[in-house]
Write a new protein. Sequence first.
Length: 265
Amino acid sequence: MAHRLVSPATILAWHRRLVARHWTFLNRTGRPPLDPAVADLVEQMARDNPGWGYQRVQGLLRGLGHRISASTIRRILKRLGIPPAPARRDHTTWRRFLTSQASTMLACDFFHVDCALTLQRLYVFFVLEVGSRYVHILGVSPNPDGAWTAQQARNLLMELGGRADQFKVLIRDRAGKFTDTFDAVLADAGITVCKIPPRSPQANAYAERFVGTVRSEVTDRLLIVGEQHLRRTLDEYVRHYNRRRPHRSLDLQPPRPDRPPVDLT
C-alpha cells in the first residue's frame, strides 16, 4: 500500500499549531471571522482620518453595507498598533518627524523564533538604518538581558566604524532589556536614544515593518532547528536583503547593491 507524503506546508502548519498550544490557550469558538477586506477598510479610514473615532468609522461602514461593532473596530486598530482618535494626531506628527530625519536615524527591535523540536524561544536583536533600510542582525539569544543588549550596542558601533558619526538618533521601545547602560553606550558616540510612547509600536514603524518582512519571507516558511541554524539562516537572508532584495522606498533598489542596476532603456 502506498504511503501519502506529507507536504512542507502541512509540516509548517503542524509546527505553528504546536507553538500556539505551547504559548497560548486555545481560542474559543465565537463569531465568524471578519472579512479581511472590511478590516483593511477600517485601517485605511483610521490612518487617513486621525480625528475619526470608533463610532464614526462604524457609522460610515454601516452606510457602505458593513455591520460591525465599535468594539470590533477598536480591537482591529489595537492589533495594528493604531491608537484612538485623539492620540492618532500625535502619531501623524511623529511620522512626519521620522520621515524628515530618516538619513540620521537608526531603529532597533527584537523578534522571536520558536525552535521546531524543543520549542525553545530565541530572540533576535537587529538595528535598521532608516534612510537606507540597511539591516544589522546583531545577536541571537534565548535570554537577552540588559548586559547582553548593551554589548550589542557596542558591537553596532564597531560595525558602523567611521559611519557612526552620521547617525544622531536611535529609536527603541521601553522593554526592560534596554537599560541605562545601553543608552549611555550610544550617547558616548553622539547618538541620542528616543523611546517611543508606551504601547505604540507604530512609532517604531520601520523596525516593525522589517519584522513583518523577515517573518513572511523566512521564519514562517522554515522549521528552525536551533540557535546555530537560525544564525546561519538569518546571515544568508540579510545578505540577500541588503544586497539584492528590491525595496519600494528605494525605487526598487537594494539598500547596498553588490552589482550595478540593469539599464532597461
